[in-house]
Ligand binder design. Structure first.
Ligand SMILES: Nc1ncnc2c1ncn2[C@@H]1O[C@H](COP(=O)(O)OP(=O)(O)OP(=O)(O)O)[C@@H](O)[C@H]1O
Length: 314
């Protein structure tokens, strides 16, 4: 990841729609070369925040900056530096892939060899070069998403904002999309990507922000958020040989709760940090029990999300 000043910065953004506080004091920043995942359930305020960044809406109060330019004071400069991919794709009759991208390249004012280069780069990046003359209404959902991404990056923006890009894609197309998003970050772009399919973001995002009822309730790496949310770890311990001594040892330990046995494997919940988990393993070994596996189950992003937003769900 390329370290530099933030390319996206939201500063205390609020957006009211009548009585609905759709975005409530949201602040975060995204650096060049960073992929930031915006996670939240339906109606949490993701699209509204992204539309404000893309200058399609204005904050009620607060500001958002793209490459240091304010969406309120300098929307024209913001538009030149930002590509926004909405969560819908319109229908287009009698237009092929190349014509579609060419239309957007012209709309962004690209001319002559500059436009030719931009089209060649984007068609190559998205793998659409082999489909250049294919009518877009005949494309698969995955190919339409590639085209939409191509359109979003045709003017070489430094910031890309992608609203639910993985929605409706099959597993293979999702993997390909993740791969393209990583390559966008490698090009030095700051990428903001939203989703409510949480697990699909874990691999591709450097950091995530969890938004709930308009408020950002947690920001950090998936691991950081997971650690904060983790009050009780699930530990699995597997033994070889006669499991009876292990059964007795665990039964005598009053501090270990909810021990479940499945033949030679014990599963238990354990309140504590990594140091106390290491201490438990030492004690098992010192007791002479034949342990062959000791595993602290890390939570899925889905579990973390549910814990972080606990009690706040509408
Ligand atoms: N133009 C509008 N007029 C009135 N209310 C709106 C408008 N746009 C959004 N809202 C409301 O603001 C809140 C946030 O909506 P938003 O679309 O930003 O959420 P979201 O997190 O993107 O959800 P989804 O995943 O369903 O797109 C919701 O309560 C929504 O009904």
């Amino acid at each position: 990841m390329v370290a530099s000043s933030p390319q996206i910065e939201l500063r205390h953004v609020h957006r009211w729609f009548g009585d609905t506080h759709a975005v409530n004091d949201v602040s975060f920043s995204v650096q060049a070369g960073e992929v930031f995942g915006f996670i939240g359930p339906n109606g949490a305020g993701k699209t509204t925040s992204m539309r404000i960044l893309a200058t399609l809406d204005e904050p009620s109060t607060g500001d958002a900056l793209v490459d240091g330019f304010s969406v309120v004071e300098d929307p024209e400069r913001v538009r030149r530096r930002l590509g926004f991919m909405p969560d819908y794709f319109g229908t287009y009759e009698n237009v092929d892939v190349h014509e579609y991208l060419d239309f957007f390249a012209r709309a962004y004012g690209l001319r002559g060899s500059e436009r030719t280069r931009a089209l060649a780069f984007v068609e190559d990046f998205t793998g659409l070069n082999k489909l250049a003359t294919k009518p877009i209404n005949g494309l698969s959902k995955g190919m339409k998403q590639r085209l939409c991404l191509g359109r979003t990056m045709i003017h070489d923006p430094s910031v890309m904002v992608l609203d639910e890009p993985a929605a409706g894609l099959d597993p293979r197309a999702r993997i390909e999309l993740r791969e393209m998003i990583s390559r966008l970050a490698d090009l030095g772009k700051a990428v903001l990507i939203s989703s409510h399919i949480l697990t699909e973001l874990a691999e591709v995002c450097h950091r995530v922000g969890i938004i709930e009822q308009g408020q950002l309730v947690a920001v950090g790496t998936v691991d950081e958020i997971s650690r904060k949310a983790q009050k009780v770890a699930m530990i699995e311990v597997r033994f070889v040989g006669d499991p009876e001594p292990a059964h007795q040892w665990f039964a005598a330990r009053e501090d270990l709760h909810d021990v479940q046995w499945d033949l030679k494997k014990a599963t238990l919940s354990h309140a504590g940090d990594e140091a106390t988990q290491a201490q438990l393993l030492r004690e098992i070994v010192q007791a002479g029990l034949n342990v062959v596996e000791f595993r602290c189950r890390t939570k899925s992003l889905e579990d973390v999300f549910l814990e972080v937003t606990e009690g706040r769900v509408q």
